[in-house]
Write a protein that binds this ligand. Sequence first.
Ligand code: NAD
Length: 295
Amino acid sequence: MAKIAFFGLGNMGASMAKNLVKAKFNVTVFDLVGSQVQLLAEAGATPGSSVKQAVESADIIISMLPAGKHVESLYFDEDGIVNNISAKSLFIDCSTIESSTAKSIGEKLQAQGHRFIDAPVSGGVAGAAAGSLTFIVGGDKADFDEAQSCLQAMGKNIFHAGGIGAGQVAKICNNMLLAILMAGTSEALQLGIDNGLDPKVMSDIMLQSSGRNWTLELYNPCPGVMPNVPSSNDYQGGFLVDLMNKDLGLAMGTAANNRSVVPLGQLAKSLFQMHGNAGNGNLDFSSIFNAYKHG
Ligand code: NAD
């Protein structure tokens, strides 16, 4: 089985690395936070004491880091991976970053004889823990095929979106649409409530009508309509407003690069930005529902 070096053991990465261990891959892990490395060592991974030691004879490098600057730094700094790896490896970056950064990282790695795919995920912390993530991959088909076995250990649906960077584009298109749907659904529900309707009845009607969408089916933003979703748990857990704002920022940057017209995306970005700035950054993104309430 391939030897994997896994970098970034945060909310998502720790569970993803655990699932690779469960699938019997030989996994060495590294994070700047020592306690996270220890946690994975207890789950059966080999703890890496440095980047250099973690990448020793690794066939596959996986990174799950906050943003593009972290990925560039981990890969290309003096004490980073590229300067400390002897083998020609397959790099899989699962972080959500700018597609332009993914492309430039891919070009730099290829110039050094390595291979690269961008493989951002959808499914959140729960999907990472359950091993049911959706991977949206950009890169050469041969590299996509080579990554299959380890991506399957962490996810259920694995899509090839196109060349390097295409995974990131598809991911932020999806999340921009999700933000628009969540804001629109909140707006429609509150309009009904303001006019005396029961939000559960409203939701049932829209679910069987042309307004049906994923947020109504699985993630209703109005408290009490649906059990076991963040809105019925004070908007705790789930997908944070801050993370949605990050993804909407990436979507707007991508749109600007190609002069794409995204008025609804821009409006959603402004709404979620205002909501985050009002102290809601650490709540689930369905809390945008609260922005529509009034006295
Ligand atoms: P996180 O902040 O919880 O974890 C990031 C980890 O990377 C931290 O443990 C940090 O110490 C580590 N790190 C940073 N720089 C490093 C370096 N140079 N070397 C080694 N480790 C380093 O973030 P997260 O929630 O796990 O998200 C990771 C990525 O996944 C982000 O790009 C995010 O947008 C994306 N994502 C998150 C979710 C979610 O629900 N949390 C869902 C989909 C996608």
